[in-house]
Design a protein around this ligand. Structure first.
Ligand code: PLP
Length: 388
């Protein structure tokens, strides 16, 4: 297998190749020479030049890189991470079916599980992902899909990908893995048997906080079903944004090691601070989760969550004191960003759902690529200031 930087720089070269070194932006509708070509284009899943909602050369270039990075046969792009997972779930389940998800998971995914699916007659069970037995206990004869996210937002809990994939396969259940936090540099869920891998490409894949995008990678037959549904939702990635995403991915393999270094340094520095009750970061996790993280990840990423001893007020004061990390819902870019998840999720989940998933004194830090010592000094100074 060739190296990840080679993949991100060269894989798309044969897709709509031209003499341009940076790929052109296909901000255009497409024409066909004859009726047969037109009719073929109209039904070709994930095609590249029939009509941009059906596919576009800039989409195809991103998809080629993502498929090779994540490992499965094929990939597709969407307008956001939510525009990836929602059509995927809608394509793969029907009324009367049952879906298993995690208690610790991104708020939008939790809302699909807790609000959208039950309204459509699909029952759901959310389990403690740190115990693979919980997935087994939740299985019913109607279970069709298991959604995992590891590390999870915002508690950074680890799911045993191989255990869940083996369980699902033995029961004819499909699996969908959110690999946004890990990136394919740190973890490839398909290597452990996950069927479909998806990302909020808004985050590390793009890496510059200037695009909203989503991607899915998996077997072509499953992606074709998802693509059929995504055509109807119409959440199409604009060609310029696809181009920006591809440009961002060119440096993914250079950026992620720095994010890993910065995440680890911040986690270690803050974990012994008196204002901090607990730091959630895979390499600091208790024994079983730590072993699992080391087994299935090559690095632990730039995101960590910090629980303050003084609850919401202290968490908020800490956020206000940070010099380099700005208060933002996003993560995964070169800039450091920080958020109070309980406030961010208030629009997506009700109070009970939030209390279960997110402690009020929790701050999620997403370390960018600035120098490690500067980010650590800044975080420690902010923690010192709020503990006075
Ligand atoms: N998955 C994770 C882990 C996320 O953090 C997010 C967004 O923050 C999403 C999915 C949703 O992605 P998007 O905002 O691109 O729709």
């Amino acid at each position: 297998m060739r190296g990840k930087s080679t993949v991100t720089v060269h894989t798309d070269r044969e897709i709509h190749s031209s003499r341009a070194v940076a790929p052109p932006i296909y901000q255009t509708a497409f024409s066909a020479d004859d009726a047969v070509t037109f009719a073929t284009g109209a039904v070709e899943p994930r095609g590249a030049d029939f009509y941009t909602r059906f596919g576009n050369p800039n989409h195809a270039q991103v998809a080629a890189v993502v498929a090779e990075l994540e490992g499965p046969e094929a990939a597709m792009v969407t307008a956001s991470g939510m525009a990836a997972v929602t059509p995927a779930v809608l394509a793969l389940v029907s009324a009367g079916d049952h879906v298993i998800g995690q208690k610790s998971t991104y708020g939008g995914t939790a809302s699909v599980l807790l609000n959208l699916l039950p309204r459509l007659g699909v029952s759901t069970t959310l389990v403690d992902q740190t115990d693979p037995e919980e997935f087994a206990k939740a299985l019913t004869a109607r279970t069709r899909l298991i959604l995992v996210e590891t590390p999870s937002s915002p508690l950074m809990q680890i799911t045993d990908l191989r255990a869940v994939a083996d369980l699902a396969r033995a029961h004819g259940v499909l699996t969908l893995a959110d690999n946004t936090f890990a990136t394919p540099l740190n973890q490839r869920p398909a290597d452990f048997g996950m069927d479909v891998v998806w990302h909020s490409a808004t985050k590390y894949l793009n890496g510059h906080s200037d695009v909203s995008a989503g991607v899915l990678a998996g077997p072509a037959e499953i992606l074709d079903r998802i693509w059929d549904t995504s055509l109807l939702t119409g959440a199409t990635l604009g060609p310029i944004d696809a181009w920006l995403l591809l440009r961002g991915m060119r440096t993914l393999a250079l950026r992620v090691p720095r994010h890993n270094d910065n995440g680890l340094a911040l986690a270690e520095a803050l974990s012994s601070h008196p204002a901090v009750a607990r730091v959630h970061y895979p390499s600091l996790a208790a024994a079983a989760q730590h072993r699992l993280a080391v087994d299935q990840m090559q690095g632990f990423g730039g995101v960590l969550s910090v629980e303050f001893t003084g609850g919401y007020e202290m968490a908020d004061a800490f956020l206000s004191r940070l010099r380099y990390s700005r208060r933002s819902a996003s993560l995964g870019g070169v800039e450091s960003l920080a958020v109070h998840p309980a406030s961010m999720w208030a629009g997506m989940l009700n109070d009970d759902q939030i209390t279960d998933a997110v402690p009020a004194g929790l701050v999620r830090l997403a370390a960018g690529t600035a120098d490690t010592a500067d980010l650590v000094d800044d975080a420690l100074a902010a923690a010192d200031a709020v503990s006075i």
